[in-house]
Design a protein around this ligand. Sequence first.
Ligand code: IMP
Ligand code: MG
Length: 176
Amino acid sequence: MRLREQPLIDAAEIERRVSELAQQISSDYTGREILLVAVLKGSILFTADLMRRLTTPVVLEFLRARSYQDTESTGHVECTLFPEHALKDQHVLLVEDILDTGRTASVIIEKIRQAQPASVALCTLLDKPSRRVVPVEADYVGFTIEDRFVVGYGLDYSERGRELPSLFVLDNDEQN
Ligand code: IMP
Ligand code: MG
């Protein structure tokens, strides 16, 4: 895996933005408990940093989604871990690493709605709106980025690079 030398977004910038998001979320959810649903694996660092800065009480659950890309590029998404019984009447805040085509988030949100929560909102560290295929909008966005493949701070390239504290762009010649 070859990454650009200079981070796209460095650790200090991530920390500042996560603090801002936490402040905004805490204020929006004042007096309510948040059921944070972290989407594995990519959102774990973001979720950990975000939740320790929230001033509202939280309950944490995990969800795992797998996407299959077929030849017509109609991705099929399946949840392999789903907190079925935890969601009813709760204020669910879904925490994603990145909103790309929007396929994963749209399937997850629909599945969460079926479990009858009191509310559902989406918080994503990164948003690549130019890649959207399914119309999904996040309620909270850390950074809006161009169509680049990014690695670090939980995001992987073939399971590598999640441990990096900053976000890096993958060098193009390795992407395909
Ligand atoms: P979707 O296309 O919005 O369904 O995004 C599905 C998943 O693709 C995300 O949750 C990420 O795991 C992965 N993904 C999309 N773009 C990137 C990227 O730039 N770096 C790392 N993973 C990505
Ligand atoms: Mg991934």
